[in-house]
Ligand binder design. Structure first.
Ligand code: NOJ
Length: 749
């Protein structure tokens, strides 16, 4: 990479040559507009489909006739600095040629794209992948995503999302690493390393744009885009560290969030974008607004109009305007009229040019070719990694003893799962066959035909199966009659149920996070027949968020949480069901009993009246206190025992060690978790906070001493005055295989 000083010199030289319009142009990011086949704008067309004025079929018909307008004249005039959403080499190179050869200064474009969990090779949704608790894996899938996306011309991904998400009603819980701040930070840092590699000038390096800064996951009532109002201490303790971890890992871009924090939208939040991000954390990359977010400051009620919004957001530190056109329409005039200092504009332009120089786009503006693109996608190795990631993401939630007569699987554990290699499956539910749903939310570069469903995998593997789509009823028989018919040829029933991909992700908040009535009915029917005939019912769940499903947890014989696993969904699920792989995933998000408990999370405060049996305690009358599945929970085909927890005081903190033993009869991996509680702080502290985790392989009968170092700097929090403090006194240390079932030791710091 060019030396830092040389880059700064080049930026200054370039700035000196730029007109105000060219400067504003560098701040402008747009997407291709769709034109031609319809009278109204694309956004209006989308609205028309969502509010039912036109059908999905009509929408698709109009879209297929539409043409993309790439605003080539604007590129030529130096009025565009970046595109969002161009993911093919031919278009990327064609437009880049205009920018480089036909503009006055030849400044290259930078291409951003939502590469959230894979580009063409879609890997599990981030929430799923976080359940692997494996930074090395997160980094490898990040690298894979970068190799494919950069081959398609992408320079920057709008990822990772490290919004700590404690409220399962929020649809975007699917896009991050769950409810814990440490895990989100580790996940994000690993992704940054994976996306960017160690040399930004390489053609396969993809700059990371960390989002959504900040605390978007705390939007009130889990409703997307909603306000966030919280103490600054809580913000610093529980939300900001995950973004900071990504900045420390070297992320070159940051996206301010849609929400406001304590009344100031993040896009207009100078404290957040200048004081915290740049001054405190030393960030010198570029910031990119969220889509249309600058103009939306008018809706927030903090700006009088788009012009005012442009002035406020640029001053607050938003460098690039994603698709709202506020800067390109108003910045020149704001500077000319003296309402905005040119130095503020120059700083924003400098941030963007800095990243372009760091990526060497001036010397190598064409970082890909159609040949490279053709070779890069969906290779065998990529599919193998997607399968590995999917297997490691799955969480076995329940696995009852096998009924007599069920052929035994390869674990010798006398449980329903794993299944015997020749077990015959009765498979039920639309999602077992629906390839397109396997990607989950945000898989923009995906092709649904690349995905393998459960049925595809059964065929590939030669599994004997019968299939019934719960809703499908070709012979006019009732579903139950058909279940009976299928039962004759099956040893076990698979109920494949859950959420479609559109039911999580952006703009997909749900007030009720329960299973669908039709899914519950299907499982009831299966259980009725299954009980009578000795066929266990295994629920395979596809979903992008935790579900409130106490009935299923109680009734199903086994439950495999598969999330939205990506292109290798089917094979990975069969790997787990048939025991080729031993499940090791652990939940990174709490599964509540009822939607009304949201937000429900393990690191809660105790209150003055911790929930209990007596009346005046902190609880609900109509749900248990405990979640259905706690944070950190997940079963294996083997069992693990924990003993001899020891905590020693070191010069600066604690040394924790525990013995973990594989007490079952097959090899497995255990995710050992270490939590801390500050017993009496000067501010109330969570009942437990995750401070360390280790994933360890153990052969049957093998035991290992697992160690954690807890330096005191990890044990502090933000004081009443708002400074980070580490307070001496009593701490409790908890170690176990989930956040509920732990060994405990007290120690004085
Ligand atoms: C809106 C989303 O909030 C953000 O996450 C995404 O990166 C942008 N749109 C760009 O598509």
């Amino acid at each position: 990479m060019m030396e830092k000083n040389a880059i700064e010199r080049k930026i200054r030289e370039l700035l000196a040559k730029m007109t105000l319009e060219e400067k504003a142009g560098q701040l402008q990011q747009c997407g291709p507009s769709l034109v031609g086949a319809f009278e109204v704008s694309f956004e209006e067309l989308l609205d028309m489909m969502f509010d039912g004025r036109i059908s999905k079929e009509e929408f698709d018909r109009l879209m297929s006739g539409a043409k993309q307008d790439f605003h080539e004249d604007d590129i030529r005039a130096g009025r565009i600095g970046s595109f969002n959403g161009i993911g093919d080499a031919a278009t990327a190179n064609r437009l880049q040629k205009i920018a480089v050869e036909e503009t006055r200064l030849g400044i290259p474009l930078i291409y951003g794209y939502d590469v959230i969990h894979g580009f063409r090779t879609v890997t599990p949704i981030p929430l799923a992948e976080s359940c692997a608790w494996e930074p090395g894996l997160w980094e490898r899938t990040g690298r894979l995503a970068a190799e494919e996306a950069t081959a398609a011309g992408v320079h920057m991904t709008f990822a990772p999302m490290v919004d700590v998400a404690k409220d399962a009603r929020w649809g975007r819980v699917s896009e991050g690493a769950g409810e814990d701040v440490l895990l989100n930070g580790d996940y994000g840092a690993a992704k940054v390393r994976g996306f960017q590699g160690d040399d930004l000038t390489r053609e396969d390096a993809m700059a990371a744009c960390v989002k959504h800064f900040a605390a978007y996951g705390a939007c009130e009532a889990g409703r997307d885009y909603n306000r966030v109002d919280m103490s600054l201490q809580k913000l610093w303790d529980e939300y900001l560290p995950s973004y900071k971890a990504c900045i420390e890992a070297g992320a070159r871009a940051v996206m301010p969030a849609f929400n406001d924090i304590n009344g100031v939208p993040c896009s207009a939040n100078e404290w957040l974008l200048r004081d915290v991000l740049r001054k405190d954390w030393g960030f010198d990359g570029m910031t990119v607004s969220d889509a249309n977010a600058i103009a939306e400051c008018v809706n927030h009620g903090i700006a009088a109009d788009k012009r005012d919004a442009a002035r406020q957001c640029l001053r607050a530190g938003v460098d690039m305007d994603m698709t709202s056109n506020s800067y390109i329409e108003h910045v020149q005039e704001l500077v000319e009229s003296g309402e905005l200092e040119e130095s503020v504009l120059d700083e924003a332009v400098a941030d963007i040019l800095r990243v372009k120089f760091e990526m060497d786009l001036f010397e190598h503006p064409y970082r890909t070719s159609e040949e490279r693109e053709a070779d890069a996608m969906l290779t065998q190795e990529a599919r193998a990694l997607a399968r590995e990631a999917a297997v490691k993401s799955m969480v076995l939630l329940k696995n009852e003893d096998a009924p007599s007569g069920l052929p035994e699987g390869n674990s010798g554990n006398k449980k329903i799962l794993p299944l015997a290699p020749d077990a015959r499956l009765g498979i039920f539910g639309r999602l077992a066959a629906d390839r397109g749903q396997m990607t989950g939310a945000w898989a923009v570069g995906a092709n649904p035909d690349d995905c393998l469903s459960i049925l595809d995998a059964c065929r590939e593997r030669g599994i004997s199966y019968r299939y019934l789509d719960g809703a499908d009823n070709p012979e006019g028989l009732s579903t139950k009659k058909r279940i009976l018919e299928i039962a004759e040829e099956s040893d076990v029933f698979l109920a494949v149920i859950g959420e479609d991909k559109e039911e999580s992700g952006e703009a997909a908040s749900r007030a009720s996070i329960t299973l669908k009535d039709s899914d519950i009915q299907l499982v009831k029917d299966l259980l009725e027949v299954g009980k009578a005939q000795g066929k266990p019912v295994v629920a395979v769940l596809f979903n992008g968020r935790p579900l409130a499903m106490p009935w299923l947890a109680e009734s199903a014989d086994a439950i495999l949480e598969a999330w939205h696993p990506g292109v290798e969904a089917g094979p990975a699920i069969l790997d787990v069901l048939f025991g080729d792989a031993n499940p090791s995933g652990k939940l990174t998000t709490t599964f509540p009993y009822a939607s009304g408990q949201c937000p429900m999370y393990y690191a809660h405060m105790n209150t003055g009246r911790p929930g209990g049996k007596s009346k005046f305690t902190s609880k609900y009358l109509d749900t248990p206190l405990e979640p259905v599945y706690p944070f950190g929970f997940g079963l294996s085909y083997t069992t693990f025992a924990y003993e001899n927890l020891s905590v020693e005081k070191t010069e600066d903190g604690f040394h924790v060690s525990v013995t973990v033993k594989n007490t079952g009869s097959r090899a497995g991996e255990e995710i050992v978790q270490c939590y801390v509680q500050d017993v009496a702080g000067s501010r109330v502290r969570p009942v437990k906070e995750l401070k360390g985790y280790k994933k360890i392989p153990l052969a049957p009968g093998e035991e290992r001493r697992v160690e954690f170092e807890l330096p005191s700097e990890k044990l502090g929090f933000y004081s009443r005055e708002g400074t980070y403090v580490v307070e001496p006194g009593e701490f409790r240390i908890y170690v176990g295989g989930n956040s509920r079932d732990v060994l405990e030791a007290g120690v004085i710091l």
